[in-house]
Design a protein around this ligand. Structure first.
Ligand code: GLA
Length: 443
């Protein structure tokens, strides 16, 4: 049987990353991808507060998560939105046609909840749907665009996710911009999260991405995430396989949304959780945790609060990364980030992913130049999970990383250096414990 323990990556294409000059929804919001907590993936449409008061979609759940975001270090790490998803509404509008939050589960109303979130220094998001109904069957906004936008503004909403169930995908080219216009007319700045492209893609239509970029701050391209590695893999594959269309659309204020983080739930191993977080950062994705923050284990919390990876996600250039290599279960993903040297040499975050299941770690060996890192004055390289610094490496340096199987990741950051004397570097990195898997070769 062939042994793939050592997989030398010999040819990795030099990439031309499109930084583009696409300008997005001009509301000045989310110039880096939004970060926060969103109820849906973990708490779904649990409306049974009698039997399950701790977990039902209710005022109490969102206040609790607000508190934990602040007290457990999530806000300090950058998470700022508390977002309600579906199932917060009464089944009927009131006699004046206004949306009504469920009277039992949100007894103080949404303004009170938004005020509470704001009182903790956070921002408040809400969910609606462009069609006749939300996906779970509650009233949609169609026919009430202006009134509902006004209602949201009056409650102090900072972020609106507008879903697309029970709507005609062909109407969305008009409907999504129109609701965005109504949000703007309120005078309150609200992040606008759209599901416009995904429903059109499902319907076999080609989304008009220039219009989507112009009218939305973020948008979903693909399926809902579920609590499994298979679901995460399907999203990774979709983004990789369609990257030529998807990647150029991202930029400050306008982001592709591969859906929520499921780190800390039931479906992912520890290694797979690290991979989801690392790849979402490479994808410049919104970091919307959907997890029970009351019971999350410390090692998963540490993933979600990994500052170095958050910094990659929040890189001000806002260039979405790409899959640059895929062969026999090994993938390499790369994202250009700051700093840029001499106006042309980007720094990069590089993620090595092993999706093989043959039980033993795989070594991936590649020179920085093969990864597209050609700054003649080199790169300072560090591992973002292992917290080790490999020193400054030249483009011809071959790096070798050991990546565990079954969906594990090694993520590095390579900061392009200004002038640096390479004479100082001989055959090994100053770092010792991992030298057996990460060797410098002589120039
Ligand atoms: C759709 C969306 C999900 C979630 C549900 C709520 O499926 O894609 O993210 O909002 O609706 O019903």
């Amino acid at each position: 049987m062939a042994s793939w323990k050592f997989i030398a990556v010999s040819t990795v294409c030099l990439l031309v990353f499109l930084s583009g000059n696409i300008s997005g929804l001009d509301n000045g919001l989310v110039l880096t991808p939004p970060m926060g907590w969103l109820a849906w993936e973990r708490f779904r449409c649990n409306t049974d507060c009698k039997n399950d008061p701790e977990n039902c979609i209710s005022d109490r759940l969102f206040r609790t998560m607000t508190d934990i975001l602040v007290t457990e270090g999530y806000t300090a790490a950058g998470y700022e939105y508390i977002n309600v998803d579906d199932c917060w509404l009464e089944r009927e509008r009131d006699e004046r046609g206004r949306l009504v939050p469920d009277r039992e589960r949100f007894p103080y109303g949404m303004k009170s909840l938004a005020d509470y979130v704001h009182s903790k220094g956070l921002k408040f998001g809400i969910y609606e749907d462009y069609g006749n109904f939300t996906c779970a069957g509650y009233p949609g906004v169609v026919g009430h665009l202006s009134g509902d936008a006004t209602t949201f503004a009056s409650w102090g909403v900072d972020y609106v996710k507008l879903d697309g169930c029970y709507a005609l995908p062909t109407d969305m080219d008009y409907g999504y911009p129109e609701f965005g216009r109504q949000l703007n007319l309120t005078g309150r700045q609200m992040v606008y999260s759209c599901s416009w492209p995904v429903y059109q893609i499902y319907a076999g239509l080609q989304p008009n991405f220039s219009s989507i970029i112009e009218h939305c701050n973020l948008w979903r391209n693909f399926d809902d995430i579920q609590d499994s590695w298979a679901s995460v893999e399907s999203i990774i594959d979709y983004y990789g396989n369609h990257q030529d269309v998807i990647v150029p659309n991202a930029g400050p204020g306008h982001w592709n949304d591969p859906d929520m983080l499921i780190v800390g739930n039931f479906g992912l191993s520890y290694e797979q959780s690290k991979t989801q977080f690392a790849l979402w950062a490479i994808l410049a994705a919104p970091l919307l945790m959907s997890v029970d923050l009351r019971t999350i284990r410390p090692e998963y919390k540490a993933i979600l609060q990994n500052r170095k990876i958050i910094e990659v996600d929040q890189d001000p250039l806002g260039i979405q990364g790409r899959r640059i290599y895929k062969h026999r279960g090994i993938e390499i993903w790369s994202r250009p980030i700051l700093p840029i040297q001499q106006g042309q040499f980007y720094s990069y975050a590089v993620a090595f992913v092993n999706r093989r299941t043959d039980g033993t770690p795989s070594d991936v060996a590649v020179t920085l130049r093969e990864l597209g890192l050609s700054n003649p004055t080199g790169y300072r390289v560090e591992d973002l999970y292992e917290d080790v610094d490999y020193g400054v490496l030249s483009p011809q340096t071959k790096i070798k990383v050991k990546v565990n199987p079954s969906g594990s990741v090694v993520i590095l950051r390579a900061d392009a250096q200004p002038g640096y004397a390479f004479n100082a570097i001989t055959t090994r990195t100053p770092y010792t414990p991992l030298n057996d898997v990460f060797r410098l070769t002589k120039k």
